[in-house]
Design a protein around this ligand. Structure first.
Ligand code: SAM
Length: 262
């Protein structure tokens, strides 16, 4: 029998979502549904998957729900209202988001205003924007919106943008999982459409394909199911950088990234 996961601190959802009232009704209700209903946000904190003070880059960040969640967690912790049995939440020194949809960028601007100089959400396409240097990069449910060749290119650029010891965290669908995958794809189409996109073509892979690609690009990959109670095929991939040859201590050759990827 598995032990049920501890629920997130009760004030966290309110703290994270109130700021979206400054934008529009959609922003607030979307944040409540997303942060309250999607298990990934609690798991990032419960499992302590982020380092203490990272420079964080979230690609396809939407209205910045992840940033609001992390800010609220850090605020609760600073106020002494963080549960003792959860790891200390991270206090990112930089939270930069890249988002395609101008409306979401506007919502983020309303929600964060100038009150949090460490938060910046920019309108742009992750296929073209310079990633700079960071410690953690996330892509939550957005890699499958562009084709396989561009996925590989983005992942290679992520690998280059991460400082030594950096981590890439992503969630993907497992195209080999049958009905749960078809269901999550159907919901993805519907939600994407209501958010103002045209019905997109989605570029999916079986879990084994995602892992092989990420390993080839230069990551050590751990996976875990991340659908919560929903009958989906969502998988969290925690990808830690394998040292580049230049990072390895003398006499300890690091595994090579394949010629084709370098
Ligand atoms: C399913 S939503 C997830 C939003 C956010 N990651 C979250 O968890 O709330 C995917 C987001 O990726 C954005 N997106 C898709 N392709 C993108 C691209 N090439 N560059 C930047 N953002 C992109 C979409 O506009 C959408 O906001």
């Amino acid at each position: 029998m598995t032990t049920p996961a501890l629920p997130p601190p009760p004030d966290l959802l309110d703290g994270a979502t109130q700021r979206f009232r400054r934008a529009d009704r959609f922003a607030y209700h979307y944040a409540r549904g997303k942060l309250g209903g999607d298990v990934i946000f609690a798991e990032l904190l419960r499992q302590g998957l982020l380092p203490a003070t990272p420079r964080l880059l979230d690609l396809g960040c939407g209205q910045g729900s992840l940033f609001a969640w992390l800010l609220a967690a850090a605020e609760l912790h600073a106020a002494g209202r963080w549960p003792a049995d959860w790891p200390t939440p991270p206090a990112p020194v930089q939270m930069r988001g890249i988002e395609l949809m101008p409306r979401d960028v506007w919502r983020a601007a309303q929600a964060f205003g100038g009150a949090h100089p460490q938060v910046r959400v920019e309108q742009g396409d992750m296929n073209h924007v310079d990633f700079g240097q960071c410690d953690v990069i996330t892509i939550l449910d957005a890699l499958h919106y562009f084709d396989h060749e561009r996925q590989r290119e983005v992942l290679m650029r992520i690998r280059k943008a991460l400082a030594p010891g950096g981590r890439f965290i992503t969630r993907v669908g497992d195209a080999a999982s049958g009905l749960p995958f078809r269901l999550s794809n159907w919901v993805d189409h519907a939600v994407t459409f209501t958010r103002g996109h045209r019905l997109p073509r989605l570029y999916c892979r079986p879990l084994a394909g995602w892992k092989a690609l990420l390993t080839d690009v230069g990551f050590d990959v751990r996976s875990q199911s991340m659908s919560g109670r929903l009958p989906f095929a969502n998988v969290l991939l925690v990808c830690d950088m394998r040292p580049r040859p230049a990072d390895a201590p003398a006499g300890h050759a690091a595994p090579e990234v394949s010629e084709a990827l370098a």
